[in-house]
Write a protein that binds this ligand. Structure first.
Ligand SMILES: Nc1ncnc2c1ncn2[C@@H]1O[C@H](COP(=O)(O)OP(=O)(O)OP(=O)(O)O)[C@@H](O)[C@H]1O
Length: 311
């Protein structure tokens, strides 16, 4: 892209502002606003039908918003002069002409976009596909197709990368590779926006999260802060041979006590120190005393509870 399009303050930033998409019967995205920063991996999370794909498609000018704006580095995608040099996107597993080799598939894109031919080889190397460069697309596994899609997105050496469910169909080794690859891109200062249902994976991958449900923003922030803000989910797990005595003593401290069905008690409303002190005062023997914080999965379910995903 030309220097004229770069702005020092907004370079690489994605800004979604009041974005709305009304289909005939469904408001897929409803007055959505959030900002994504460069140099970080941001996880875009939401239950099925939350509006993630529609949002990404509006960002990439594949769907026209009913109202609101979505910009990348201060510009609408449609206004970027050389979009592939600025934004790489993988919206679904790569599709290509079945009889074409991986490297030829990328060369065709390079030719159409005015990118140097050798970028095809460089991008294949980047995603570890060099050994399969001359194999035909029809023989590629799903994981190889995902990598080819990412290679295509990287052809223009873009500042911003947008991926819709990139871990779909990958085996554990592929997921580990993807995690390292995307973190590396963010480390280089690029903006990486990834939508996913794999919440446990997001906890390992993302620096920030944007959580939506029913087309609306539910929460945005650094993963740790979003999880840390959920004090409601903090519980203390206790094991004791004197469960009844401990339950009675804790209820006297206004704690809530539930059995976990596997021989332990789950205590909420008081911290671990209070549980230990209460047990000591009541002469109750403890075999385990652990503080449990909700993981992203728990936070996500709690935040999106009651907001029907399928509309
Ligand atoms: N072209 C369309 N016409 C009508 N409704 C649509 C269209 N595209 C999406 N929708 C509806 O908009 C809502 C949001 O869909 P979207 O695919 O954006 O959600 P999502 O969060 O990506 O879901 P998933 O995780 O299941 O892929 C859904 O109710 C969907 O049925």
């Amino acid at each position: 892209m030309s220097d004229g399009q770069r702005s020092p303050t907004s370079d690489g930033q994605i800004v979604v502002s009041g974005l709305t998409k009304q289909y005939k019967n469904v408001r897929a995205v409803n007055n959505l606003s959030f900002t994504i920063q460069p140099g970080r991996v941001t996880g875009f999370l939401g239950p099925n039908g939350a509006g993630k794909t529609t949002t990404l498609r509006m960002l990439l000018n594949l769907v026209t918003p009913t109202s609101g704006t979505a910009t990348i580095s201060g510009h609408r995608y449609a206004d970027l002069s050389e979009p592939l040099r600025h934004v790489g996107a993988v919206l679904e597993a790569s599709s290509a002409h079945k009889g074409r080799t991986g490297v030829n598939h990328l060369r065709v894109i390079c030719a159409a976009a005015g990118l140097p031919r050798q970028r095809a080889d460089e991008a294949l190397a980047l995603v570890g596909l060099t050994p399969a460069a001359k194999r035909k697309f029809k023989g590629y596994s799903l994981g190889m197709k995902q990598r080819l899609g990412i290679a295509a997105a990287m052809l223009g050496d873009p500042r911003v990368l947008i991926l819709d469910e990139p871990a779909n169909g990958l085996d554990p080794e592929g997921i580990r590779w993807m995690r390292g690859f995307l973190k590396g891109l963010a480390h280089e200062g690029r903006t990486v926006l990834v939508s996913s249902h794999l919440l446990s994976e997001m906890q390992l991958l993302a620096d920030d999260v944007v959580i939506i449900a029913a087309g609306q923003l539910v929460r945005q922030g650094p993963v740790d802060q979003v999880i840390g803000s959920m004090t409601q989910g903090v519980r203390v797990r206790v094991r004791t041979p004197q469960a009844e005595a401990l339950t009675t003593a804790l209820k006297g401290q206004s704690a809530t006590v539930d059995a976990d069905g596997q021989g332990a008690l789950l205590v909420s409303g008081v911290d671990a120190a209070t549980v230990g002190r209460t047990a000591l005062a009541a002469g109750v023997e403890l075999h385990e005393l652990t503080t449990e914080r909700p993981d992203l999965e728990g936070v996500f379910l709690e935040l999106t509870a009651g907001k029907a995903g399928i509309r």
